[in-house]
Design a protein around this ligand. Structure first.
Ligand SMILES: [Zn+2]
Ligand SMILES: [Zn+2]
Length: 599
């Protein structure tokens, strides 16, 4: 959740609803273990709430319906949520038997310590919320009374272990997760989304579709792509490459390793060393696997000779595989990997060109996201605040920030600003796109940079006859090939649109007699640019069709004697729909139409 969304959420009725329901859960658990339960904390979270407990026995899934039933009774009691306030001493008394609450009270009393003195401020106010028989140490806010909750929109979901205060040196508590919505319909929608997300998990679908593998012989976070997976990567990259070429970008290639000194000059060594793979040293030089492209592109800019303001903007793009030392515990499927291929671009321009270049990049990003059926997105514009971390050049910041705002205003895109979230080297814009399940992904990004170009001594000859430092825009459109492929698998539930499907059609001969005709057809289809396989296995036709459906192949072309005689194919879709007999020319024109419409 973005900071802004988080803030809106905290002020919403849904937040109070979830917070109130968490209190009711704690009451129900305390009643289940009278005098034997220690309660910890229970906040609302995105899509629900949880509460942590220290209990005499392990909870099981069978406990959840029992607790839910009791919660419904408490809800029906229409108990008011009453706020009271007291001081630290009274709070200690109130929670004398609740050790976790006592620890929280001590933390509160310490953070309230008068500045500059070691004394505790014992008179500080602590607030409680009480409903029915339950009182919690709580800042609020809450609903007026429990009757405002619709018990049919409530569901307890799971039990998990959670360390007290998230610290693995502490005791492991039991956490109950639940969800509550305003209406039962919203609950149903949410539960459907969760189920659907599990079915669409790209790790699961990726192996079902045979797209990639991880191997302990290769190492964690280093995916291997199968022929089908590499076909997808290639199609994604060549599509973006074509669009970029049309928008005036030039593609370059800058390799996989570079001297460590380069990253010392650029500032990456200082700021990103932990994310870099260890150094490789030969007799007298030290190298690093490239963690990012910027220093290489900037060096190339410099090596290509003197630049005049007339040559700018210059736009370098590269699909470069970079290596990042992500912690092994943080690696997940394709979304967090150690070898990551960015669709990276660096635009070298004058300060006056920032607005036009930014607007052009916005257009390009919208075109690409639209092609992948991401139509619901907004832009987060991160600006500076008055914090000292930002480089001092106020005039450059003013120009860049107003250029970005103007371009966004002109674009008509939905955007919001966040002060103080800019990178230290300049303002940036990130595209937050919703997928079909309503989940928000950060995909494209455009960042303005005043710092690196001067660190690497880039210059251009200005209209005034003087040497100037160019501004650089860092731009990624899909982010990385690996992560974006993971997102796409989930977005399409593995059923890639025809233009992107690794295998677009599979020929299924009914008998071995039809195999030769299938081979001729394949040649014809391949000559027309289609990606086609023949299923030569000896299973029955129906099981071949099922196999192709599981593989989500867009078209199944069934060929028996009848089709062979009439020079046609019987066309079936992966949805199960039967399109009947088509001549091969008819089929080719259907696919051409579908590919050009982007379906
Ligand atoms: Zn509370
Ligand atoms: Zn960059």
């Amino acid at each position: 959740m973005s900071d802004q969304t988080q803030e809106t959420y905290q002020n919403s009725r849904l937040y109070r609803l979830r917070h109130s329901t968490a209190h009711i859960l704690a009451q129900a658990v305390m009643e289940m273990f009278p005098g034997e339960s220690q309660i910890a904390i229970g906040p609302p979270i995105e899509n629900g709430f949880y509460y942590d407990f220290d209990l005499p026995r392990a909870l099981t899934l069978e406990d959840l319906p029992v607790l839910e039933k009791r919660m419904c009774e408490i809800i029906a009691g229409q108990h008011k949520f009453i706020r009271t306030e007291s001081n630290i001493e009274q709070a200690r008394k109130q929670f004398a038997h609740q050790k976790y609450k006592l620890e929280l009270i001590e933390t509160i009393s310490q953070t309230h310590t008068v500045e500059g003195t070691a004394e505790k401020n014992e008179s500080d106010v602590i607030s409680f919320y009480t409903h029915d028989t339950f009182t919690d140490l709580c800042r609020g806010p809450h609903l007026d009374h429990t009757g405002e909750i619709n018990p049919k929109a409530l569901k307890l979901l799971s039990v998990a272990g959670a360390y007290w205060r998230g610290d693995s040196n502490n005791i492991m508590l039991q956490r109950i997760y639940g969800t509550i919505w305003s209406t039962p319909k919203e609950l149903r929608q949410y539960l459907w989304t969760v189920e659907e997300a599990k079915k669409r998990d790209h790790r699961k679908l990726g192996s079902q579709l045979g797209l990639f593998h991880f191997s302990s012989d290769i190492g964690p976070g280093l995916p291997l792509f199968t022929p089908a997976g590499e076909t997808l990567r290639h199609l994604m990259e060549s599509y973006v490459r074509d669009v970029q070429t049309r928008y005036g970008y030039q593609h370059v290639w800058t390799g996989h390793i570079a001297k460590e000194d380069l990253y010392k000059k650029s500032g990456h060594y200082e700021n990103y060393r932990d994310a870099m793979f260890p150094a490789m040293t030969d007799e007298n030089m030290t190298f690093r696997l490239k963690p990012m492209n910027c220093p290489s592109h900037m060096t190339l800019f410099k090596e290509m000779g003197k630049h005049s303001y007339r040559d700018l903007p210059i736009r370098f793009a590269e699909f470069a595989t970079l290596y990042r030392y992500e912690k092994s515990g943080e690696l997940t499927g394709l979304t967090r990997v150690r070898s990551v291929t960015q669709d990276d671009c660096h635009i070298f321009c004058t300060p006056n060109q920032i607005q036009d270049e930014f607007a052009l990049a916005l257009d390009l990003i919208q075109e690409v996201l639209g092609r992948y059926r991401f139509t619901d997105y907004r832009v987060r514009l991160s600006l500076r605040d008055d914090d000292g971390k930002y480089v001092q050049d106020d005039e450059k910041w003013r120009i860049a920030q107003s250029a970005l705002k103007t371009a966004l205003d002109n674009s008509g895109l939905d955007y919001y600003t966040e002060a103080g979230e800019a990178a230290f080297y300049g303002p940036k814009a990130d595209f937050m796109a919703r997928d079909v399940l309503g989940r928000e992904w950060q995909l494209s990004t455009i960042q303005v940079d005043f710092i690196q170009p001067s660190k690497l001594s880039l210059t251009y000859h200005g209209e005034d006859g003087q040497e100037h430092t160019p501004v650089v825009l860092h731009r990624a459109v899909t982010g990385s090939t690996e992560r974006f492929l993971g997102v796409l698998i989930e977005q399409y539930a593995g059923a890639f649109p025809l233009w992107l499907a690794p295998v677009q059609a599979i020929l299924i001969p009914i008998t071995d007699r039809n195999l030769e005709y299938c081979q001729q057809l394949r040649t014809t289809l391949q000559d027309n640019g289609l990606r086609v396989n023949i299923d030569t296995g000896n299973e029955r036709m129906n099981s071949k069709i099922r196999k192709a459906q599981v593989q989500k192949v867009p078209f199944m072309l069934i060929v028996g004697d009848k089709e062979e005689q009439s020079k046609s194919v019987s066309v079936r879709l992966r949805s199960g729909k039967n399109m009947g007999a088509q001549t091969i020319d008819e089929f080719i024109s259907i696919t051409n139409q579908q590919i050009s419409s982007g379906d």
